[in-house]
Design a protein around this ligand. Structure first.
Ligand SMILES: [Zn+2]
Ligand SMILES: [Zn+2]
Length: 240
């Protein structure tokens, strides 16, 4: 019996754990390259949010990054967040289907390799966004860590899973504004190892507002890290 697709339950490929259609859909969601005839990238070069191609032709960054750039150097995402990519993440996070890390990590590795033109080996450390201990006990695993493992293996990079710790957890605040999210995350992450001069990639499943990615970055830069990039599977489009 072939495994069933993690997204639609049709019969799936035993390596990717997705059916042909879902695999093709996810591959098509990787829109890092320029659209023919379009001068702007499809994503903000800084935070990877989808750029509105109708409004931003020629723009390289979103309005928010121009106004107040995040602390991280750049965000590399494999896909945009949509019901299909969201379902795959949901299978991992809320149904403990660890096999979902296979297509997630494989697509992230391709996006990372194309972003760094096959020179991601200049990165010193890879750090998964830490979960608070209560959340970790409840879920039994940190999804960012599970995603980071096969990525580090594929790229030959060092994974540092306990270098950064989450001191407190806030309830999900989908409705809270960005300023409120930043404020609630102040002091949430502590770094408990020497990261001076290190070039670090921070892994997460989804980047929504970027507030969490920014807070982890801030604590690493404050501890002396030289540069932090964010790697995620899905980037949530910003509401217009
Ligand atoms: Zn499918
Ligand atoms: Zn941006």
């Amino acid at each position: 019996m072939p495994p069933s697709c993690l997204i639609c339950e049709q019969s799936a490929d035993s390596v990717t754990r997705l059916c042909e259609n879902c695999n093709a859909f996810i591959r098509q969601s990787r829109q890092q390259q320029l659209k023919p005839g379009c001068q702007s990238p499809q994503r903000c070069l800084r935070c990877a949010v989808d750029l509105d191609s109708g409004l931003s032709d020629g723009a390289l960054h979103c309005a928010q990054c121009i106004k107040q750039p995040p602390r991280f150097h750049c965000c590399v995402t494999a896909t945009s967040y949509n019901p299909i990519t969201g379902k795959l993440i949901n299978q991992l996070k809320h149904h403990s289907k660890l096999s979902a890390t296979l297509p997630i990590a494989a697509n992230m590795v391709e996006a990372i390799q194309s972003h760094y033109a096959h020179s991601a080996d200049t990165i010193d450390l890879v750090i998964p966004v830490p979960l608070h201990i209560d959340r970790l006990r409840q879920r039994g695993f940190n999804q960012a860590n599970e995603i980071a493992k096969p990525i580090c293996k594929a790229l030959g990079l060092k994974l540092a899973f306990n270098l950064c710790e989450r001191r407190f957890d806030n309830p999900p605040q989908q409705q809270a504004g960005l300023a409120a999210r930043h404020k609630n995350l102040r002091g949430a992450f502590i770094v408990n190892a020497d990261v001076k001069g290190k070039y670090i990639a921070i892994v997460d499943d989804v980047v929504t507002t970027g507030a969490t990615a920014n807070a982890v970055t801030k604590s690493l830069l404050d501890a002396g890290a030289a540069r932090c990039d964010i790697w995620c599977f899905s980037r949530t489009p910003r509401k217009q």
